[in-house]
Ligand binder design. Structure first.
Ligand code: SF4
Length: 685
């Protein structure tokens, strides 16, 4: 056996944005390797990830036959059928009658090509992706405050030396366990309604009522000002807008915030002192605080606190957002968002349109304008103003979208649903055409991890016979729709060469990143504006991304969740992840070790609350909201708030947590309110 077979190919985990370094060999054995984010650690998902390569994955295209079942077809039959139906639908109803839905797990090359395919081959404005459900509120708040969104604008390893870290809405012990080693030297403050393993290990746990994080951030900002902990020199020299923010925060004395959030005023003051007195401190947010109908305002509230304490853009301190999906960062930079072109350019910016159209060899006037954001796009499907056809790549909205029953209904009403995936996901089961595509270790491609570092994920094993890459699918369809073949390359490196040109001069400038540099092991954090540029591990040290270099305080006030509890729905339901599963579970539910550990949906509930509803530990509960209900196994949790229940969102069918979630959208980012809705518990038969 050769050394390379024995040691395997250096690659990265297929799941979350920590993108832990690992090797995979020909025997499908995974081994962790030294990489700064994981330092030889992997979580259970990473250790078992090679199971995906051997799982019940798809190896032949499927077409729905006249008897209503999915039948094997050749690639030519499947792609020709899809192209023909697209032509018919668009011929009758116009370019926007066919939509595209992408995913935050797609490589940079796929996300880029998908955006180009939609705008150039389909000429549709209707494209968005599931990352809208993941990072959009944080991204919007980062853009407002710093002029630019890179989740963590510093390497993860910078956190190693922190004295204090505030984690708002993050449960890293379960969602990305190897990250926890970067917190080992810090006093950690966790903001989470649940006493998660991360909260359990923290120096201080603040447990606000779901949906009240912004009131907590305002109370803490008030405490910082009143107790003289504001870094006045920093605020004066590096920011603007403090006075307007203080006019609001002045009303939020910690005792008032305590009434709204349930977090003791003394604990708010203690948390602020811990951050202010640390010589190195970080504030990091994640989905728990972001997935709200005021998600952007809530992140702005945390940024305001960090700015007042003088943390962002300072070496050894900072503010960041922990990206969730594997390519959640790169996936939002290269054009699969409704309002975006590659390089983090805005699609309604004439200069950006001219630049990208030039790279694509089309006229700027041919490019469509902005389309609908993810939930609006899904909700409009099959309606008179919405698309009649949808192409889905790397996403499973039947499980992952809010108000999932409504979304399923919309998907079922389509004249054409095409799903490219490597497993028969719940969304693929509804499709007219299913296209079997390659997965992580079977293909080359780049991803951008949670710290903005561009990584090369290398092919480690050949794909099974019959499987093509998503890029083959896009090129095959584009050619059948009349595009020149040379406009849609299929090799990852060739696509990346084009992406470099398209991103050049944009906010997320990858023009200096090459496969050769990545293969040589260079740590390249964007922007990398030329091939001799070393990359930008730490942003904002010399100024923020505004012409005056100043960060913006953004004046925000607390408004509360989009719906209220009442006698019919007296509890707050919140949703999240467990260690063993990832996103909609389409992948991890196929890994036996992970299913053995957590085989079904559960509802975490305080024993007293369960008793009032007539529920025992292990019994089946129906969790009912104003939109629907979920059947889940009761799991007693004496530490959860008495007004709160928790459900993981990885399970299908009647166990979909998203059957009850509220699609109320944040007005700035259009992030749905996944993290809080009014609910009640019933005994399920
Ligand atoms: Fe690392 Fe995330 Fe993969 Fe776990 S799921 S091994 S934390 S990249």
């Amino acid at each position: 056996m050769s050394d390379s077979v024995r040691t395997g190919t250096a690659t990265h985990c297929p799941y979350c944005a920590l993108q832990c370094g690992m090797t995979v060999d020909q025997e499908l054995v995974v081994r962790p390797r030294e990489f700064p984010t994981n330092r030889g650690g992997l979580c259970q998902k990473g250790w078992t990830s090679a199971s995906l390569l051997a799982s019940d994955r798809l190896t032949t295209p499927l077409l729905r036959g006249s008897d209503g079942t999915l039948q094997p077809a050749s690639w030519d039959e499947a792609l020709s059928f899809v192209a023909q139906r697209i032509r018919e639908i668009q011929g009758e109803s116009g370019p926007d009658s066919v939509a595209v839905f992408g995913g935050g797990g797609l490589t940079n090359e796929k996300a880029y090509l998908l955006g180009k395919f939609a705008r150039v081959a389909l000429k549709t404005s209707q494209i968005d992706y599931n990352g809208r459900f993941c990072m959009s509120a944080a991204a919007a708040a980062g853009n407002l405050a710093f002029g630019l969104d890179r989740g963590m604008p510093f390497p993860v390893t910078d956190v190693d030396t922190a004295d204090a870290v505030l984690l708002a809405g993050s449960n890293v012990h379960e969602t990305m366990p190897p990250f926890s080693q970067h917190l080992s030297g810090a006093a950690v403050i966790v903001v989470d309604p649940r006493r998660t393993p991360t909260a359990e290990a923290a120096a201080l746990h603040l447990a606000p009522r779901p949906g009240t994080d912004l009131a907590l951030a305002l109370g803490m900002l008030h405490a910082a000002v009143v107790e003289g902990q504001v870094d006045a020199a920093y605020v004066r020299s590096r920011t603007t807008g403090f006075d307007a923010v203080w006019r609001i925060a002045a009303q939020w004395w910690p005792e008032r915030a305590e009434l709204v959030t349930g977090v003791a005023a003394a604990d708010q003051r203690r948390a602020v002192r811990m951050l202010a007195e640390a010589s190195s401190a970080y504030v990091l947010t994640a989905r728990g605080t972001e997935q709200h109908s005021r998600g952007t305002d809530t992140v702005s509230g945390w940024i305001n606190l960090a700015l007042a304490l003088g943390l962002p853009g300072v070496r050894g301190s900072g503010f960041g957002c922990l990206t969730g999906q594997g390519n959640g960062q790169g996936g939002r930079e290269h054009g699969q968002k409704a309002d975006q072109l590659p390089g983090y350019r805005k699609i309604d910016d004439p200069e950006a349109r001219a630049h990208v159209a030039g790279v694509w060899g089309v006229s700027p006037a041919e490019l469509p304008g902005p389309g609908r954001s993810a939930y609006r796009l899904l909700e409009s499907l099959g309606t008179p103003s919405g698309a009649r056809g949808l192409l889905v790549f790397g996403s499973n909205p039947v499980v992952s979208a809010p108000r999932a029953a409504r979304v399923t209904d919309r998907l079922a009403s389509l004249d054409l649903l095409v799903v490219a995936d490597f497993v028969l996901s719940e969304t693929a089961l509804l499709a007219d055409v299913v296209l079997p595509v390659t997965q992580w270790a079977e293909e080359d491609g780049t991803l951008t991890n949670l710290e903005g570092r561009v990584l090369l994920r290398q092919r480690a094993v050949p794909p099974p016979e019959g499987v093509l890459s998503d890029t083959d699918v896009l090129a095959g369809l584009a050619v059948r729709l009349g595009q020149p073949a040379e406009r849609f390359p299929v090799a990852a490196e060739e696509i990346f060469e084009e992406l470099r040109l398209a991103s050049a001069g944009g906010k997320a400038d990858y023009s200096g990143v090459t496969y050769a540099r990545l293969r040589a092991g260079e740590a390249l954090y964007w922007p990398v504006p030329s091939v001799d540029h070393p990359g930008t591990p730490r942003m904002f040290l010399d100024g923020f991304a505004f012409p005056d270099g100043l960060a913006r305080f953004v004046a925000v006030d607390f408004a509360g969740p989009a719906e209220v509890v009442d006698s019919s729905f007296p509890l707050w339901a919140t949703t999240g992840r467990v260690l063993q599963h990832y996103q909609s579970g389409a992948q991890t539910r196929r890994v036996p070790e992970l299913m053995d550990a957590v085989p079904e949906v559960f509802v975490e509930v305080h024993p007293d609350v369960a008793a009032r509803a007539g529920l025992d530990d292990g019994s089946l509960a129906r969790v009912v909201s104003r939109r629907g209900s979920v059947v889940a196994r009761v799991r007693f949790s004496p530490s959860i708030r008495l007004d709160t229940v928790f459900l993981p969102f990885h399970f299908p069918g009647a166990g979909r947590a998203n059957l009850i979630t509220n699609p109320a959208l944040d007005p700035i980012s259009e992030m749905p309110e996944f993290k809080v809705c009014a609910a009640r518990l019933e005994v399920a038969s």
